[in-house]
Design a binder for this molecule. Structure first.
Ligand code: PLP
Length: 414
């Protein structure tokens, strides 16, 4: 952090008073403030919704109905009568407006990891012969890198690890696919999706974006920016529940050429024809594999109700205001030099989390959690605080910074 006005381990009473008052005013003026009561939360401060989103309180009753009535009473009839069969595309269309996609381009199912595999192999096939490089975000969430490496071995491509900012310079005539994370899971840095996608296209390559840390936190604009393929999970900012299915976006212009490496029977044009030969379905259903995990999927569908009537621009505005305010409180409360923000200060480069480097991060996070401020740790020394605008408020941000300062005052540091 830059120099602060405080010299002690704690801010003066007036500073604390002023920040608390500001927090109350900001909460009172927050157009999303009423969303919080939709969620099952306790008195603590939950800043780990970028890892596992909170439970919307109405979801258990809906899941109960899926189990007892849809499965328990209707049984096999539910594939038709309860809309089980069409759930992957129907729920994809509910996620679509949150990531700036028109209907018919997103299918829900499988994990993000599996969808990365489908997307990278299909993108390599779309890119065609004569291009043998798959450029992968060198700072990627590890699973994307592991999967891309295996995909490259299968397809005869070569992996080129590149930091996102260096992608334009690394693109050449051999580039087939570029796989990037829109927001860095560790630092919270937001990468330039429009600019990088344009650079990938100028080089004749195919852009695949991983939206795990951006969907539900900021406007993505998949259609507007001409993204080719994208994947993302639903259990972080979208609150779909532990292990909820991920999604795959295939831009309409690529759907006819989307050649899945996992062409299961659910992606067949006539799945119940049970023919020995494979013929792909049209549209987003082509991204399916096998029987969908209905219970998780319908849990997600119920959870998405929390987004009804929410504009992503409002979410972004609140997210930036929250992270700004948290950083301001940290600067006011925490002695200078005790923590360093690794999250960019510039709004254009910030996702919806604040990551603070701290030498004794592990014990600091343990103590924070003991006091009801739940963030998480990325080893060895990064404290992560996720700000989910649907249910985190400004008083939460102030309290988290204050408790952090108290914990840091008690621990020796290094
Ligand atoms: C959370 C996350 C994943 C998770 O992958 P799963 O297969 O759902 O476990 C993948 N990529 C990124 C960038 C993530 O942040």
């Amino acid at each position: 952090m830059s120099e602060t006005t405080t010299t002690n381990t704690t801010a003066s009473a007036t500073t604390t008073e002023a920040l608390r008052e500001r927090a109350l005013k900001l909460d009172a003026a927050d157009p999303l403030a009423d969303r919080r009561e939709l969620f099952a939360l306790d008195d603590g401060v939950y800043l780990d919704g970028n890892s596992l989103g909170a439970l919307p309180a109405h979801v258990p009753a809906r899941v109960q109905d899926v189990l007892t009535r849809q499965w328990g009473e209707l049984r096999i009839r539910s594939w038709e009568e309860s809309g089980w069969w069409t759930a992957p595309e129907r729920i994809g269309d509910r996620i679509a407006p949150l990531v700036g996609a028109a209907a018919g381009q997103i299918v829900v199912g499988d994990s993000t990891s599996v969808n990365v595999f489908k997307a990278v192999v299909a993108a390599a096939r779309i890119a065609g012969e004569g291009r043998d490089e798959i450029l992968v975000d060198a700072t990627t969430f590890p699973t994307d890198g592991y999967i891309a490496a295996s995909a490259a071995r299968l397809t005869g491509h070569r992996i080129v690890p590149v930091a996102p900012a260096d992608v334009p310079a690394a693109l050449g005539p051999r580039a087939a696919v570029v796989l990037l994370n829109q927001v860095d899971y560790r630092s919270g840095r937001l990468h330039d999706l429009p600019g990088l996608t344009a650079a990938v296209h100028a080089a004749g390559a195919v852009a695949v974006w991983d939206l795990c840390h951006s969907a539900g936190a900021l406007p993505v604009g998949l259609d507007e920016h001409g993204v080719d393929l994208a994947v993302g999970c639903t259990y972080k900012y979208l609150n779909g529940g532990p292990g909820s299915p991920a999604y795959l976006y295939v831009a309409e212009r690529h759907q006819a050429a989307f050649d899945s490496p996992l062409p299961g029977w659910n992606s067949h044009a006539d799945p119940f024809g049970m023919t020995p030969d494979y013929a792909p379905a049209d549209g987003s259903a082509r991204g399916r594999v096998g029987t969908p995990d209905i219970v998780s999927m319908l849990t997600l569908e119920a959870a998405l109700d929390a987004w009804d009537g929410v504009e992503v621009d409002a979410v972004r505005a609140k997210s930036l205001a929250l992270t700004d305010f948290f950083l301001e409180c940290v600067e006011a409360y925490v002695p200078a030099g005790r923590v360093t923000s690794v999250t960019p200060a510039a709004h254009a480069e910030r996702g919806s989390q604040v990551a603070l480097r701290c030498d004794d991060a592990e014990s600091v996070m343990r103590r924070l959690i003991e006091r009801g401020v739940v963030g998480d740790l990325r080893r060895p020394d990064v404290l992560r605080f996720g700000f989910t605008p649907l249910y985190v408020g400004f008083a939460d941000a102030e309290r988290a910074a204050r408790v952090l300062a108290e914990v840091l005052a008690e621990t020796a540091g290094a």
